[in-house]
Design a protein. Sequence first.
Length: 68
Amino acid sequence: MENTPTFDCPEEYKGKLFLTASDMQTIFQLGENKTYEYLKEAPFRVIKVGNQIRVVAVSFWKWYNEGV
């Protein structure tokens, strides 16, 4: 029995551990600047790796599916 939570998400994002800012821009249908602004205070886990931002996919899809 696997303990990894699963959440509904579009097929192209299944299996991804992290989402990029570009992924988030597509999902939210926002421009680049607005996407980065939003990710600074996002209600899900966002990590910074050097100059790059990554969203923890499980955290995001959990938030997304709960409709918060």
